[in-house]
Design a protein. Structure first.
Length: 193
């Protein structure tokens, strides 16, 4: 990688923003989005829909942890007052998992050398950077779980919740899935009595 000859202020600000955001991304993050104008309280029964590509070899992660995701999601939905109804549900849910490679930029420490001198009322000196300060690119893996809710009549998306976390060899995937499902449904803006 070539060292940067000139870095504009905008590029430096952009790189610093990426570094700060990537430093915050080590833990689990969860999000939620409800379709505009939708009242989730009118949906009381649900079922699970099989995704179109459920038999694809690209869905190995769903096949390994699918049963656990369904079990945990059912528990969370029942806590919210939903009733599982595979015959005539008001809404259907679907889930998906992804593992993506992400590029994270970091900056190596900058080493400077210099000297100083001074006397009464006068101080001076200089320092010059000798090494470091390079922007380094690292590839990490980001695990993501998406859970979506659709209206059975209109087939329109009502709500989507998702969680993501950086994955390393140290991760306990089952624990991460348990935490992700819980955090996703905490963000679901409805609870039936």
């Amino acid at each position: 990688m070539k060292p940067f000859a000139k870095v504009s202020f905008e590029n430096l600000l952009f790189l610093l923003m990426i570094i700060v955001l990537s430093a915050c991304s080590a833990g689990l993050q969860s999000y939620s989005h409800k379709a505009k104008g939708v009242d989730l309280k009118k949906y009381k029964t649900y079922a699970w829909a099989k995704p179109n590509d459920a038999d694809s070899d690209n869905r190995k992660d769903d096949k390994v942890y699918g049963g656990l995701i369904l079990q945990l999601s059912n528990e969370e939905l029942q806590k919210k007052g939903f009733i599982l109804d595979t015959e005539h549900p008001d809404a259907v849910f679907i889930f998906d998992t992804h593992i993506e490679d992400r590029i994270v930029y970091t900056q190596t420490p900058q080493v400077s050398v210099g000297f100083g001198f001074g006397g009464p009322g006068y101080y001076g000196g200089f320092a010059a950077p000798v090494a470091g300060g390079d922007i380094v690119q690292n590839v990490t893996q980001q695990g993501m779980l998406y859970i979506e809710m659709y209206d059975t009549q209109t087939k329109k998306l009502l709500w989507r919740g998702w969680a993501q976390k950086e994955i390393t060899y140290k991760n306990d995937i089952e624990t991460d899935i348990r935490t992700a499902v819980k955090h996703i449904f905490i963000r679901m803006p409805v609870k039936h009595k």
